[in-house]
Design a protein around this ligand. Structure first.
Ligand code: 11C
Length: 336
């Protein structure tokens, strides 16, 4: 089994290395690719040094079985045929192919079988804020169809990559020293602030990040569930949080949903508010599961429920989800 990581020096690329090692992923060889700038950089994997190769239009992917790509949408588009032409399966973390009909968009806990039909040998990894939400929605949807979702997100700096985390850290230090914060990656100073603006604004006045949650949820869940999101950047390093309100066709009790949450693979319930127990990004960072809590009836709607959901954006929201797709493919004989 020969695996490639494309975009090895980025935040998600680095997380791929960690997740593959942590899960003892069954590989014989790991090859790292990156830009001309990161080519030559060495990273350690299971005690061995690996050197980043420059990503080029050549035959470097000839023997690769699975390529985990996270180098941005334009690189993914440019290199998709170079990566897949000899048979490698490309599991792509960018938004380049997510809405293409001939590219499955997969969250292994929700729609793994979609990975079986991949005419272009590309499988897309959803946006991080969608992944954690659909993992939490699926067990409810299995009890009674979810008709609509309203969600407010509290998204970590890590969504903007390693530079996003670095900018938040630097701004925090600058403010502590009484200096003005340097703003580069985000639209405004993020430290001591929240910014209701992630990705570009679209014609309907939602941002693209907000519409990704709508478009992707429908595709992953094979449902016409409408999602209305407000996505907000908050001064947190690396886990996204979401306040979710939803309506189901049939009225569901809190106990029914709590039991379904508890049984669902990939979800952890922390919900004992009297003891101040609920999920928070500080404690979810580095964890595999999506965490849910604060589950209650929506007092404005008898068929409504509301809860709080936290997931590590770089892990389950990106690298881990892609690696789980690869594991599923191997387990189901899709990679020989
Ligand atoms: C953020 N969700 O938090 C974004 C990052 O479509 O994969 C991931 C963007 C994407 O800024």
């Amino acid at each position: 089994m020969k695996i490639a990581i494309v975009g090895a020096s980025g935040a998600v690329g680095q997380e791929f290395l960690k997740v593959l090692a942590e899960r003892n992923f069954p590989l014989d060889e790991l090859v790292l690719f990156g830009s001309a700038r990161s080519a030559g950089t060495e990273y350690e994997f299971k005690g061995k040094k690996l050197t980043v190769k420059e990503l080029k239009h050549n035959d470097d992917f000839k023997d690769i079985d699975i390529a985990l790509t996270s180098a941005g949408g334009s690189i993914s588009k440019d290199f998709a045929s170079t990566i897949t032409k000899h048979g490698a399966i490309m599991i792509d973390n960018s938004s380049a192919f997510r809405y293409d009909d001939d590219v499955p968009l997969v969250v292994p806990e929700v729609n793994p079988e979609d990975a079986l039909v991949r005419p272009r040998n590309i499988i897309a990894n959803p946006n991080c804020s969608t992944i954690q939400m659909v993992v939490a929605l699926k067990p409810i949807h299995d009890l009674s169809k979810i008709t609509k979702v309203q969600v407010a997100t509290y998204q970590a700096a890590s969504g903007a990559g390693a530079q996003g985390i670095a900018e938040l850290e630097e701004q925090t230090k600058q403010l502590a020293r009484g200096e003005e914060a340097t703003v580069d990656k985000f639209a405004y100073q993020l430290a001591m602030n929240v910014i209701p603006h992630i990705d570009v604004f679209l014609d309907n006045d939602y941002t693209k990040e907000e519409m990704k949650m709508n478009w992707e949820t429908k595709k992953i869940m094979h449902a016409n569930t409408e999602v209305s999101a407000t996505c907000v950047r908050v001064p947190v390093a690396r886990s996204h949080s979401e306040a979710i309100w939803l309506e189901t066709e049939e009225e569901l009790s809190v106990d029914q949903v709590r039991e379904a949450f508890k049984k669902f693979e990939g979800l952890t319930v922390i919900d004992n508010p009297q003891n101040k127990e609920y999920p928070m990004p500080l404690f979810v960072a580095g964890k595999d599961d999506v965490y849910v809590g604060r589950l209650r009836k929506d007092i404005t709607n008898p068929k409504g429920l509301t809860f709080w959901c936290v997931g590590d954006q770089i892990k389950k929201g990106a690298a881990l989800n892609a690696v789980q797709i690869a594991e599923w493919l191997i387990k189901h004989g899709e990679v020989k």
